[in-house]
Design a protein around this ligand. Structure first.
Ligand SMILES: [Zn+2]
Ligand SMILES: [Zn+2]
Length: 152
């Protein structure tokens, strides 16, 4: 691939146009790239095609607050939403209440929200005041500040 470095168009882009099963045919790909490089019209066509092709996967360019939990303007957001002006006190995101927090496992919904154990409520919790138990967040959960540091 070393002599691909001087191609104007990255080889990765050219792969998109190669029919499946021909990816091994490097020569053909290089020829294709060189032809594109030689023709402004072909390059414009390539760019337009790439833009339409890329616009579909772009929908997957979602930010997640936890595994399979998308950042969502309405239900899971890092700024106040209507009608949720206060953050979920478990995960600190806005748009939902802790009773249906999408960032914790749903089997935690009926647990004590201080120690996250079953069979008692916050009022009867025996956990010493100075102790803090991390809520049972889904995998890869990031608090809003962690997410913002992570993304920007
Ligand atoms: Zn929450
Ligand atoms: Zn408890």
């Amino acid at each position: 691939m070393a002599n691909d470095n001087n191609l104007l168009i990255p080889a990765d882009y050219v792969y998109i146009f190669s029919p499946p099963g021909q990816l091994g045919q490097l020569d053909a790909i290089v020829q294709q790239a060189k032809a594109l490089q030689a023709s402004a019209e072909a390059q414009n066509k390539l760019i337009m095609t790439l833009q339409t092709q890329i616009s579909l996967p772009k929908a997957q360019n979602v930010t997640y607050t936890a595994e399979n939990v998308a950042l969502d303007k309405h239900t899971n957001w890092f700024l106040p939403t209507q009608p949720q002006q206060r953050p979920c006190f478990v995960c600190h995101y806005y748009g939902h209440r802790f009773e249906n927090c999408p960032n914790i496992h749903s089997n935690a919904y009926n647990r004590c929200i201080r120690c996250w154990k079953h069979e008692h409520t916050l009022q009867n919790c025996q956990l010493p005041k100075e102790q803090i138990v991390r809520p049972p967040f889904k995998n890869n959960f990031l608090y809003p500040n962690e997410l913002l540091n992570h993304v920007f």
